[in-house]
Ligand binder design. Structure first.
Ligand code: C2E
Ligand code: MG
Ligand code: MG
Ligand code: MG
Length: 290
């Protein structure tokens, strides 16, 4: 009997622990959702820059801007956590507006110091229902005196699913203004070639899931090689994301991938660290043997 009692007590304790754990997670979510709306005003947002290395022309500067949130209580909150919350609760457009403005301000600052960087920024499905987006982007580009071709928006394939008619219209309008468009996380989710053909994109980013442990013989190798070939036949540039190993880089280079991005090249960096990275000797971080 005493053993049974102990078990019951143990179980009750576990249930309680589980519930209070769930409460804490829920409370955190509620607080994050509330605080997200004020994060920009309160100066809690940062943009980090991850270099994208052009394999044919390593001197060319390209980067992806990645949003960071320094929460007053929780510290750094990952975009993997707060972006989906912002998308679900209607505050993503606020964040996107901040990201675009901050990215262009940074590009202007760099241009003034002789550094021309092509910048990729992520935008969400929810941003593409906003028919005014292209006009606002064009206004900001001219305000910060940035040539439109210096800006690329990364969208996901499912990004046009929410309201395909408006989304495609927004993408075409952005394209007409001269902004570049890229398909992010290609190969995951709703990958459809039909969808790809309808989108006015110039670049495709192969998802990190296929790149991580690339070797010559794996199934991933087949997928990656044929994606590169298909993209080139369609006139698209290809970026491989999540390159962590020299072996992957060598294969991607051999298969004519255009650009690579990943921890092997560099982690996402604060603006000053990115500036330092651009001053590295061109052969130091990765060896490109042709
Ligand atoms: P993403 O656009 O696919 O960005 C790539 C993510 O992979 C980044 O994570 C980057 O830090 C990480 N990464 C890069 N190289 C490597 C690598 O070699 N290994 C590994 N394991 N990871 C690598 P991060 O910064 O945490 O961002 C996660 C996602 O959050 C992004 O995925 C993007 O979907 C979203 N996100 C980030 N910033 C923004 C933004 O400003 N707006 C929107 N809408 N979404 C954003
Ligand atoms: Mg991206
Ligand atoms: Mg991606
Ligand atoms: Mg993504």
């Amino acid at each position: 009997a005493s053993i049974a009692m102990q078990d019951a007590g143990h179980l009750a304790g576990r249930i309680q622990l589980y519930e209070s754990g769930r409460d804490a997670a829920q409370q955190r979510q509620v607080q994050l959702i509330r605080d997200l709306r004020r994060a920009a005003q309160r100066d809690e947002l940062l943009l980090h820059y991850q270099p994208k290395l052009d394999l044919r022309n390593p001197a060319r500067l390209q980067a992806e801007g990645l949003l960071r949130w320094q929460h007053p209580q929780f510290g750094m909150v990952s975009p993997g956590e707060f972006i989906p919350l912002a998308e679900r609760t209607g505050s993503i457009q606020l964040l996107t507006a901040w990201v675009i403005e901050e990215g262009l301000r940074q590009l202007q600052d760099w241009r003034a110091r002789g550094m021309v960087v092509q910048l990729s920024l992520n935008i969400s499905t929810e941003d593409l229902v906003d028919a005014e987006l292209p006009t606002r982007v064009a206004r900001l580009l001219s305000h910060y005196q940035i040539p439109p071709a210096q800006l690329i928006f990364e969208i996901t394939e499912s990004g046009v699913m929410l309201n395909p008619a408006v989304a495609l219209q927004v993408l075409h309008a952005l394209r007409e203004k001269g902004v570049g468009l890229s398909v992010d996380d290609f190969g995951t989710g709703y990958s459809s070639l039909t969808q790809l053909k309808r989108m006015p994109v110039q670049e495709l980013k192969i998802d990190q899931a296929f790149i991580r442990d690339l070797d010559d013989t794996s199934e991933d190798a087949v997928i990656v090689r044929s994606t590169i070939e298909m993209s080139h036949s369609l006139g698209l540039k290809v970026v491989a994301e999540g390159v962590e190993l020299q072996r992957s880089l060598d294969l991607l280079d051999r298969w004519n991938c255009d650009s690579v991005q990943g921890y092997l090249i560099s982690r996402p960096l604060a603006p000053q660290a990115f500036e330092l990275w651009t001053q590295r000797p061109l052969t130091s971080s990765v060896s490109l043997v042709h």
